[in-house]
Design a binder for this molecule. Structure first.
Ligand SMILES: Cc1cc2nc3c(=O)[nH]c(=O)nc-3n(C[C@H](O)[C@H](O)[C@H](O)COP(=O)(O)OP(=O)(O)OC[C@H]3O[C@@H](n4cnc5c(N)ncnc54)[C@H](O)[C@@H]3O)c2cc1C
Length: 348
C-alpha cells in the first residue's frame, strides 16, 4: 500500500487533473477492502483509478482518496473446447491480450492495444474492430461498497451495452476480477471490421491467425494514435472523447434533412429501431478537422474523435474544445454528442 499527495495528472493518459487528498495503491484484494473500510461510508470520498485512460479529471483535482487498482494475476481453467480465463482487475489489458494470443486462446485479439486495466473493461464494455468484451465475459467479481459484500455478477447482470454497463457512472461497485470464456484455437474469431479485413486481405466473416490479427490491429491503431506512445502527443488522450450517437426515428430524420446536400453519414441500424451514426463523420463535416485546436489542446492529428493535451494544456482548455466541437455539431446537424469519457469533478 502506498500513500502520497501527487497530482492525478501523472495517473491519466491525458496527463491532466489536479491533486487528490490522498493517493493510495492496492496490490491485493484485501488491501482494496481495507482502504474501502478506511474511507468510510461516504462514497463520494473515493475515486477508483486503474490505467487512467478513460477519465478527464478537473484541474481542481479530487477532494478525497484516489485508489489505484494494482492487483495482478491470471488463472486459466479448461472447459471443454474453451478456456475460462480469470484476470485480476489491475492486470494491464494488453498484457492479457498478448498472453491470450501466445497461449492459443482465441477471442481477444481484435481488442489488442487498448490502454488501461482489465477491471475497467466491463465498465464501458470495451470494444474495437468489431469486437466487444460483452461477447466474452462470463462473470465479474465485484465488491459492493454499500453492503461490503463480494459477489459474482453474471454477464446479464452487468447489463453491458454500447460503451455502457451497470457499473459506468456508479461508484457502488469495485471490479475485483473478470472471467472471459475464450476458444482454444490459433485462429481469430471471424473478422467483422472492413478496415481490418482489408489490412489482413481476408473477406469479412473469415478467420485469420490470431497473432497476425493482433499485429494488424496494433498497426492500424498506431497509425491513428490509438496505442500509447510517450513520444507522440496524439496519444495523450482518453481515446474517443465522444460516443457515436444513437438516434431515434425523429432524430435520424433531422440528421437526414441536414445532410441531404453533403451525402449520407455511415449508419448502423439497431434492433430497436434506433440508428447509430459516426461521431467522427459529423465532427469533420461540421468543420472540425484533425489538428483543430491550439498549441495546448487539439483534436488529434491522426484521429478526429481523440481530443489531446499537447503537453501544456489544462482540463478547462480541453473541455472548452470539447464544448466547441459538441456545439458545432449540434448547430450544424441537430445531434447532441455525449462524452464516452468519465468526467471527474468537471463537466461539459
Ligand atoms: C489511446 C487510447 C485508445 C483507446 N481505445 C479504446 C478502444 O479502442 N475501445 C475502448 O472501448 N476504449 C478505448 N479507450 C478508452 C480506455 O482505454 C478504456 O475505456 C479502458 O478500459 C479504461 O481502462 P482504465 O484502466 O484506464 O480505466 P480508468 O480510466 O482508470 O477508469 C475508467 C472508469 O472506470 C472506473 N474503474 C476503473 N477500474 C475499475 C475497477 N476495478 N472497479 C470499478 N471501477 C473501475 C473508474 O473509476 C472510471 O470511472 C482508449 C483510450 C486511449 C487513451
Amino acid at each position: 500500500m502506498r500513500d502520497g499527495r501527487p497530482g492525478l495528472a501523472e495517473y491519466t493518459t491525458l496527463r491532466l487533473g489536479g491533486p487528490a487528498r490522498h493517493v493510495v495503491e492496492a496490490t491485493t484484494e484485501s488491501e482494496i477492502g481495507q482502504i474501502i473500510r478506511d474511507v468510510g461510508a461516504s462514497r463520494r470520498n473515493l475515486l477508483i483509478l486503474a490505467g487512467g485512460s478513460n477519465v478527464v479529471i478537473g484541474d481542481a483535482g479530487f477532494d478525497g482518496t484516489a485508489l489505484l487498482i494494482r492487483t495482478t494475476g491470471l488463472t486459466a481453467r479448461r472447459v471443454g473446447a474453451d478456456v475460462d480465463v480469470t484476470v485480476q482487475a489491475g492486470e494491464p489489458w494488453d498484457v492479457v491480450v498478448e498472453r491470450s494470443v501466445a497461449e492459443g486462446w482465441s477471442g481477444l485479439e481484435c481488442l489488442s492495444g487498448i490502454p488501461g486495466c482489465t477491471g475497467a473493461t466491463p465498465i464501458q464494455n470495451v470494444g474495437a474492430y468489431g469486437q466487444e468484451v460483452a461477447e466474452l465475459i462470463t462473470a465479474v467479481r465485484v465488491l459492493d461498497r454499500v453492503t461490503g459484500e463480494i459477489a459474482t455478477r453474471t454477464v446479464a447482470e452487468c447489463r453491458l451495452g454500447y460503451r455502457s454497463s451497470v457499473f459506468k457512472g456508479s461508484d457502488r461497485w469495485i471490479v475485483l476480477a473478470v472471467t472471459f470464456r475464450l476458444a482454444v484455437s490459433p485462429l481469430s474469431t471471424p473478422i467483422r471490421y472492413a478496415d481490418l479485413a482489408q489490412a489482413l486481405d481476408v473477406p469479412i466473416g473469415e478467420r485469420a491467425e490470431a497473432a497476425v490479427v493482433r499485429d494488424a490491429v496494433l498497426r492500424l491503431r498506431a497509425s491513428k494514435g490509438m496505442v500509447l506512445d510517450e513520444h507522440d502527443p496524439d496519444t495523450y488522450s482518453a481515446g474517443s472523447f465522444f460516443m457515436n450517437p444513437v438516434l431515434d426515428g425523429d432524430g435520424f430524420d433531422v440528421l437526414s434533412a441536414r445532410t441531404a446536400t453533403i451525402g449520407s453519414p455511415p449508419v448502423w441500424p439497431g434492433a430497436d429501431g434506433t440508428v447509430k451514426t459516426s461521431a467522427a463523420w459529423l465532427i469533420e463535416r461540421a468543420g472540425f478537422t484533425k489538428g483543430h485546436g491550439n498549441s495546448h489542446v487539439s483534436i488529434s492529428t491522426k484521429h478526429t474523435l481523440a481530443l489531446t493535451n499537447r503537453g501544456d494544456g489544462t482540463t478547462k482548455e480541453l473541455l472548452d474544445l470539447a464544448r466547441e466541437v459538441r456545439d458545432g455539431v449540434f448547430n450544424r446537424f441537430g445531434v447532441t454528442l455525449r462524452p464516452e469519457v468519465v468526467l471527474v469533478n468537471c463537466e461539459l
